[in-house]
Design a protein around this ligand. Structure first.
Ligand code: HEC
Length: 399
């Protein structure tokens, strides 16, 4: 008696399976070697069922033998990669209670205290994508191979970079692939670039979403292989995850919106943002969460971004305004107070936006944040906020 797994392995030839995988599966399973199918431990029967959509049964058995020769599974197939704590929480309020111990923005939270909170470790109520979900597009697997025009762009730059990465999978070579794909999907001179959001005649939401998922998949497999799942590969690489979310977000205004656009928007932007909260406008990263009825998450994203911004950045002022707008009414006072105080700290340390037009914009954002907060708080709280806003405006000085 042999177990079914051993039986199929004996019938298949791993060397033939490896060649077949690269040729018939690698255009979507991005690394081209089947690493992902080994890592997530798909059953032989699942691999065969999926394989026979592309190859004959004999080849499918070779592929199974190849996948098994790569080693043992390291994660369950229903793993949600990077999901803080492993599983999503039940609700927006549950998120606040788990993080802060109550449904409130903590009055005593300091800049240093908020900075010490690692977004990769804070449990959230939004389910992040699984590797493969046959029922929806909420997964890491791109539904389509890279289009020929992308491979061809700039003297077959993507194709060359990909061959280089597959031969020597270093971070530098990975970056070459991602940068080549970025250029192919968004450069206006690339005749068929699909991610030109502002040109309705040229923006192709699905193709844009799929190319970006393809690049994201490759980056994720690079991390899985290294085993260093909480270590940033650098913003140039994680930004492509955020960009998947932006393709989903922008698709909503197009003639051909993608399915589950808001879930994809929020989850992919979160994936990119969590590795470097200093990047990207919080109106977008938090906005997806707000659309999903998760305003506490959105508020956290805005203020966690605010404390992460680089010196001389104008973004902390926009973050204040976004936080006040996202905050549930009973959070508004503490949220506004936190945001204003953080700006005072920055300004007192000599950290102001660099350009006069940024200062003018920051002044407007402070005034708008105050007006928005005033609609949500009691008259007594208003006094406190007015004083803080005055202090920020004085320190900011005239534009
Ligand atoms: C045209 C792109 C494409 C090609 C080519 C392709 N796959 Fe996939 N594969 C996918 C996508 C997309 C998924 C994710 C699930 C879904 O959306 O159906 C997936 C998922 C899988 C899964 C996991 C299924 C599950 O239970 O969730 C297996 C196993 C698999 N593919 C095997 C293969 C093998 C083996 C080959 C080559 C013989 C192959 N695939 C070729 C796109 C492709």
């Amino acid at each position: 008696m042999t177990a079914p797994g051993e039986d199929t392995q004996r019938r298949g030839n791993p060397a033939l399976g490896s060649l077949a995988f690269t040729r018939e599966c690698g255009q979507c399973h991005t690394t081209g070697d089947g690493f992902d199918l080994t890592f997530f431990g798909y059953a032989d029967s699942t691999i065969i069922r999926r394989a026979v959509a592309h190859v004959d049964t004999t080849t499918a058995l070779h592929i199974v033998a190849h996948i098994r020769s790569l080693g043992s599974p390291r994660a369950r197939e229903d793993t949600r990669l990077f999901q803080p704590g492993g599983t999503p929480l039940g609700s927006d309020v549950g998120f606040a209670v788990a993080l802060f111990g109550a449904d409130a923005w903590p009055a005593g939270l300091t800049t240093a205290g908020l900075r010490a909170i690692n977004p990769l470790q804070v449990r959230i109520a939004l389910p992040l994508p699984m590797w493969s979900d046959e029922g929806t597009n909420l997964d890491w697997m791109p539904d389509a191979p890279l289009p020929e025009h992308a491979l061809r762009f700039e003297g077959r730059r993507v194709e060359g970079a990909l061959a280089g990465y597959r031969a020597a999978p270093s971070r530098e070579n990975l970056l070459r692939v991602v940068m080549a794909l970025r250029a192919a999907e968004r450069t206006p001179s690339a005749e068929q670039a699909p991610c030109l959001f502002d040109d309705p005649a040229r923006f192709k939401p699905r193709e844009c979403f799929e190319i970006r998922r393809w690049a994201s998949n490759l980056v994720a497999q690079h991390m899985l292989r290294s085993g260093l799942m909480s270590q940033s590969l650098g913003p140039e690489l994680h930004d492509i995850w955020w960009d998947v979310g932006n393709a989903a977000r922008r698709s909503r205004g197009s003639a051909d919106p993608i399915e589950h656009a808001v879930e994809n928007w929020a989850s992919w932007m979160f994936l990119g943002w969590a590795f470097d909260p200093s990047r990207h406008a919080s109106v977008y990263t938090g906005g997806g969460f707000r659309q999903l009825g998760l305003p506490r998450h959105a508020t956290f994203i805005a203020l966690r971004s605010q404390v992460a911004r680089r010196e001389r950045s104008p973004a902390p002022y926009a973050d204040l305004l976004n936080a006040v707008r996202f905050a549930p009414t009973h959070w508004a006072r503490n949220v506004a107070e936190f945001g204003f105080r953080h700006l005072v700290e920055r300004l007192e340390a000599g950290d102001r936006p660099a350009r006069p037009e940024q200062i003018a914009e920051a002044r407007t954002q402070v005034q708008t944040a105050l007006a928005d907060a005033n609609r949500k708080v009691t008259p007594a709280d208003r006094e406190v906020l007015v004083q803080l806003a005055e202090r920020v405006l004085t320190l900011l000085g005239p534009a």
